[in-house]
Design a protein around this ligand. Structure first.
Ligand code: HDE
Length: 689
């Protein structure tokens, strides 16, 4: 807490910390030391409980009230602390505090999330991911509440409750959870053509990221930057992961959800705890009114992107996450993001979705956190000085200390309280607006298919196939054939081949006519390679995790060599064995295991190795999880290194199918370093083609 901040807090504003240390006595909430926390107070050993047992009543009372409403959307999330560091002064573009000088650091809190699932759902749902960033700037908190997909399902906020109802569990049965593979969702989107572009993204591998560390983030809407002269520049915000973008394949996602439903949160926690701090670069696409007028689509339409090839993304700084939370509830659960939280130098545009969000977020925080004083919780409070005339309400801990609690007032000195400051304060960009009061969708929002087509065309063949598979999988879970048909009819406006492949995958007897398009799709948009994950693969395998299955008698030198190569790459390694007690290597050394094979299927790793002996491999061949370890790794296109593991491969049905993605470390010329370098391709793609 800065001194300024502490100084501005009113009476009763001190933060009380729970006592900690190794010699702390249990107390009640009133600070009375508890004498017995094992037994309730009773009249006689076997007699009835006594109402005067204040410790028991307080304990149960508090327990009964532990839950707050989970978020209506984005309920499942995971947060971490860090900072944003600015590369160069951008004062020509904006007066926003974080961008005023090179090297300026701004504290930040980030919460990643899935959208559809409830709080206890699994991490690898096929879903959009939230990417919400709160920056505690010196001029107030700025929340950039984005997603890992740059477009949205709808154009008007009035449809948000419908869209979310349709996507979440069906109300009569309360399932399916955390997935859109059901009739209600596809019914809604197939009747809402503006969703088509977003559907392409969520059926793509973008919706099954390898982890939060390997995904992009987007502010989605067009915002404004405003400089100290009042000049405005339009901006779209991007977060570019320095780790590279990476996704899992669908069959892996399904299995990860069973093996480790917390896969993504554990990944972020482990990386930060290991000192491997994830980073993203903040990118800005900057453009003016002229470009906005020239651009093929409306820059206020949140179902459209501006291709990077048309307006380059300028990288202006980096976001580093370097600290896990101390307490999940206090920070990740109680953090309250609001799109309305902007600072001088940033402003809204008239994107209707953004305008609607500016109402919703504040409103939802009141419901969830129960008091207008949620802003006083440490994770939500600004770290710069703040002073208001607001007071009281549930749980007020920062009431102003002055006598005057109104303005204007004629008190003086400290008593008079704060005053507005036209020079430093927030001033809205004076955009001219006028028009008839109507409920109308602009004509400039009417093209629903062209960018969906552009997205599809910009993918590699493997990625296109994954999109087809995504549609076929989800629609196969819809009971109503007419819904499947309606989706295919819409896809005919996107790409003929895509529509045919999906129809074929669904076993539709014939192709439906194309859906009637509100506006004829443009078929000539240039491809945008930036939209493909595979075309923008990582340069290193740093930050990834290897699972190394070992047996008794493992060649200690080979294991050490592999470990060194993995470390040199900046990757992590977990030792997997038949028993968690570990194995004894050929040099007699004991090697502790991190995981027992049943709890560590290969889906939890980016690449795997099996270091065995001929005899031990025969033992592994009898273990179903060991067979699955290699057959799944193979099926998911992973790179596999091995020594004397042939018997296991044979038992897993891989005899005669081993390809160049399966490296025998004992073969002449093979090296652990080469194997790890090959892994930079992430997968042995030709196996999946
Ligand atoms: Fe949200 N959204 N949203 N949303 N959203 C919420 O606010 C809403 C939209 C996003 O980690 C809620 O605090 C409306 C777009 C994220 O805590 C709620 C509309 C984008 C998070 C809400 C949208 C988002 C939320 C629920 C259409 C990407 C999680 C809990 C007009 C740019 C933040 C909460 C966190 C959360 C409303 C559309 C991103 C109900 C009405 C577009 C990352 O207020």
């Amino acid at each position: 807490m800065t001194e300024d901040y502490a100084g501005r807090r009113g009476h009763g504003g001190e933060t009380h910390q729970q006592a900690s240390g190794d010699d702390v006595r249990l107390t009640t909430q009133q600070g009375v030391v508890v004498g017995d926390d094992q037994n309730t107070l009773r009249a006689g050993e076997r007699g009835p409980a006594l109402l005067e047992d204040f410790h028991f009543r307080e304990k149960i009372f508090h327990f009964d009230h532990e839950r707050i409403p989970e978020r209506v959307v984005h309920a499942r999330g995971f947060g971490a602390h860090g900072y944003f560091e600015n590369y160069a002064a951008l004062d020509d573009l904006t007066r926003a505090d974080p961008f005023q000088e090179a090297g300026r650091r701004t504290e930040a809190f980030v919460r990643f999330s899935t959208v559809a699932g409830n709080k206890g759902s699994f991490d690898l749902a096929r879903d959009v991911r939230g990417f919400a960033v709160k920056m505690y700037t010196r001029e107030g908190n700025w929340d950039l509440v984005g997603n890992n997909i740059p477009v949205f399902f709808i154009q008007d906020p009035i449809k948000f409750p419908d869209m979310v109802h349709a996507a979440k569990q069906e109300p009569d049965r309360g399932f399916p959870q955390a997935q859109t593979a059901h009739d209600n969702f596809w019914d809604f989107v197939s009747l809402t053509p503006e969703s088509t572009h977003m559907l392409m993204w969520i059926m793509s591998d973008r919706a099954i990221p390898r982890s939060f560390r390997f995904m992009e983030g987007f502010g989605v809407h067009t915002f404004r930057l405003v400089n100290s002269e009042g000049r405005s520049t339009f901006v779209k915000f991007h977060w570019k992961p320095k780790q590279g973008i990476q996704s899992v394949v669908w069959n892996e996602a399904v299995k990860i959800n069973g093996a480790d439903p917390d896969f993504h949160r554990r990944d972020l926690w482990d990386a930060i705890q290991a000192g491997d701090f994830p980073e993203w670069e903040l990118g800005m696409q900057l453009f003016d009114e002229d470009f906005a007028d020239r651009f093929e689509f409306d820059i206020l339409d949140p179902t459209k992107i501006i291709p990077e090839e048309q307006v380059p993304v300028r990288r202006v700084g980096r976001l580093v996450l370097d600290r896990v939370v101390d307490n999940f509830f206090a920070e990740t659960e109680q953090v309250a993001f609001c799109t309305q939280n902007i600072i001088p130098g940033i402003d809204f545009t008239d994107d209707p979705l953004l305008q609607g969000r500016n109402f919703s977020y504040l409103d939802t925080q009141l419901k969830r956190l129960g008091s207008p004083n949620f802003t006083q919780l440490p994770v939500n409070a600004p770290k710069c000085p703040f002073a208001t005339f607001q007071q009281d309400g549930h749980m007020a801990t920062a009431n102003p200390a002055n006598r005057a609690n109104y303005e204007p007032n004629s008190w003086s000195g400290e008593t008079k309280g704060p005053r507005e400051d036209p020079a430093r304060g927030f001033v809205s960009y004076p955009e001219t607006v006028s028009g008839p009061k109507r409920r109308l969708r602009p004509e400039s929002f009417a093209d629903h298919y062209s960018q969906a087509r552009q997205f599809y065309a910009s993918q590699t063949a493997v990625e296109q196939q994954h999109i087809i598979d995504g549609f076929v999988f989800e629609l196969s879970k819809c009971d109503r054939v007419d819904i499947r048909v309606r989706v295919v009819a819409a896809l005919r406006n996107v790409d003929g081949g895509l529509a045919e492949a999906v129809a074929d995958g669904l076993g539709l007897p014939e192709l439906p006519d194309p859906a009637v398009a509100a506006r004829e799709p443009v078929t000539g948009l240039a491809e945008s390679p930036a939209l493909s994950i595979l075309r923008n693969g990582p340069e290193t395998f740093a930050g990834r995790k290897f699972g190394v299955l070992v047996t008794d008698g493992v060649d200690a030198n080979a294991l050490a060599g592999l470990r060194d190569a993995i470390r040199a790459e900046g990757a992590m390694l977990e030792i997997v064995a038949a028993k968690v007690g570990g194995v004894v290597a050929d040099d007699g050394e004991h090697i502790a295991a991190d995981q027992k094979i049943d709890g560590a299927p290969s889906v939890l790793y980016d690449a795997v190795a099996v270091l065995a002996t001929d005899k031990a491999a025969a033992g592994l061949a009898d273990l179903a999880p060991a067979r699955d370890f290699v057959s799944d790794a193979y099926a998911h296109g992973k790179f596999i290194a091995h020594r004397e593991a042939v018997a296991l491969f044979a038992a897993a049905g891989l005899d005669g199918r081993l390809d160049a993605g399966v490296v025998d470390l004992a073969a002449s010329g093979a090296s652990a370093a080469d194997f790890v370098a090959a892994c930079r391709d992430v997968r042995f793609w030709s196996r999946l083609a």
